[in-house]
Design a protein around this ligand. Structure first.
Ligand code: UGA
Length: 435
């Protein structure tokens, strides 16, 4: 089998590398010549554990290559995957599909007859049908086939998620499209992964529904955490007690500063817009979007309150700026709301993140960037943990106390034990356990 992957962003690069690991010949295409040049040099533009080795191994085995030449890449392919970006359109929150449609036109012009064109990017319901029409109009005689195959990868554990997924969803309505995709995912049949064939619309909606449900679950436990603080309950135990009910499940019940990233914020918003347009609004998801947005800035208020209500002239040591650990991704990270709000209240911010500082420097101004956690704490009046990197889970408590001006800690990821922190003399607060 041979496939082309259009777009070497997060999804395209991980999926392309993983398909090549399955033994398929994969050509990854991107318009950005600089990026392709770097990929050909073995430089991976994103931080994803295991990706560099996976790319190197498959490149040297001759199964994975990178090019800017879309025309040459799509020729001789059984399937061409579209994995280009679908950013939120400014103003209305709809997904911007320009890149998807441009790619579909270019593919149609260059591909062999009967090639299966698969949307891997997260696209609103109806996009597959639109792509089908573009293929038909651009190359009426080629009998190009359309399919939808959304990805369910998490940043930081994307390779494992691809190689051992809970399920694969394939929107494919023709025999040829089904056969090609089944063959591409053959290695997963061996590990008995459920592979579900649906219509285009069902596949597209499944992706949005899954992400919106997970975002809802997080937002639900975040609100319960606030309630725990108000009534003197412990959200860890509430989440555990709820999650042990098999119908609820324990995952994604970890209270925090609000979800971020390139997926949940964009996809929840796009789903509400699609639903409104279809005359079938998703009110729960609308509320989730709103509650989560407010939560991120409310975290700055929480920090300020814990620091005595006034941070003017004070210094905050911030650990973690990425939206979650094991990524350098800053998109929609709670830090983007928290840092400016603290600065506006007059605080100085010293910060450290294991992988995110380079990207963060372009988005956050007037921050003193530090090479390690204790350097960030020097001369600071409080320590704030915003991302639960492993490096922050086992800090030396005595050293924190010696380094900070005052032993004030705000743990927005609940990685420390409140009782231990109080016993050690810290003025400590976290999420939903402050009783
Ligand atoms: C998410 C989904 O988990 C993937 O299944 C999906 O494929 C992906 O979006 C996508 O659509 O491409 P990702 O954004 O990489 O993956 O990260 P998650 O691990 O899901 O975390 C998202 C956010 O929720 C983070 O800000 C995280 O801190 C937060 N979160 C997650 C919580 O606050 N509590 C939790 O219990 C879980």
């Amino acid at each position: 089998m041979r496939i082309a992957m259009i777009g070497t962003g997060y999804v395209g690069l991980v999926s392309g590398a993983c398909f090549s690991e399955f033994g398929t010949e994969v050509v990854c295409v991107d318009r950005d010549a600089n990026k392709i040049e770097r990929l050909n040099d073995g430089q991976i533009p994103i931080f994803e554990p295991g990706l560099e080795d996976l790319v190197a191994r498959n490149e040297s085995a001759g199964r994975l290559s990178f090019t800017t030449d879309m025309k040459a890449a799509v020729q001789g392919c059984d399937a061409v995957f579209i994995a280009v970006g679908t950013p939120s359109r400014r103003g209305d929150g709809h997904a911007d599909l320009t890149y998807v449609y441009d790619a579909a036109r270019e593919i149609a012009a260059a591909a062999d007859p009967e090639t299966v064109v698969v949307t891997k990017s997260t696209v609103p319901v109806g996009t597959g049908r639109e792509v089908e029409q573009i293929l038909q109009e651009t190359a009426p005689d080629k009998r190009l086939q359309v399919a939808s195959n959304p990805e369910f990868l998490r940043e930081g554990s994307a390779i494992g998620d691809f190689m051992r997924p809970d399920r694969v969803i394939i929107g494919a309505e023709t025999q040829r499209a089904q056969t090609v995709l089944r063959a591409l995912y053959r290695p997963l049949y061996l590990i008995e992964t459920p592979i579900i064939f649906t219509s285009l619309e069902t596949s597209e909606l499944t992706k949005y529904a899954a992400n919106a449900f997970l975002a809802t679950k997080i937002t639900f436990i975040n609100e319960i955490a606030d309630l725990c603080e108000a009534v003197g309950a412990d959200v860890h135990d509430v989440a555990r007690g709820m999650g042990l009910d098999g119908r609820i499940g324990r995952k994604f019940l970890h209270a925090g500063p609000g979800y971020g990233g390139s997926c949940f914020p964009k996809d929840t918003l796009a789903l509400t817009r699609t639903a409104q347009q279809a005359g079938s609004p998703t009110r729960i998801v609308e509320t989730v979007v709103d509650v989560n947005d407010r939560r991120k800035s409310a975290m700055a208020d929480k920090i300020i309150a814990h620091m005595g209500g006034d941070v003017a002239g004070k210094t905050v040591a911030l650990l973690g700026v990425t939206f979650k650990p094991n990524t350098d991704d800053m998109r929609e990270s709670p830090s983007l709301a928290v840092v400016p709000a603290l600065q506006q209240a007059g605080a100085r911010v010293r910060a450290h993140d294991p992988e995110g500082m380079q990207a963060a420097q372009e988005l956050l101004s007037d921050v003193t960037w530090c090479q390690e956690p204790y350097e960030a704490m020097q001369g600071a009046d409080a320590l704030v943990i915003l991302t639960e990197w492993n490096q922050f889970r086992n800090l030396n408590l005595s050293r924190i106390k010696e380094t900070l001006n005052a032993p004030t800690v705000v743990d927005l990821r609940n990685i420390y034990d409140p009782t231990e922190m109080w016993e050690q003399g810290f003025h400590y607060t976290c999420i939903g356990r402050a009783f």
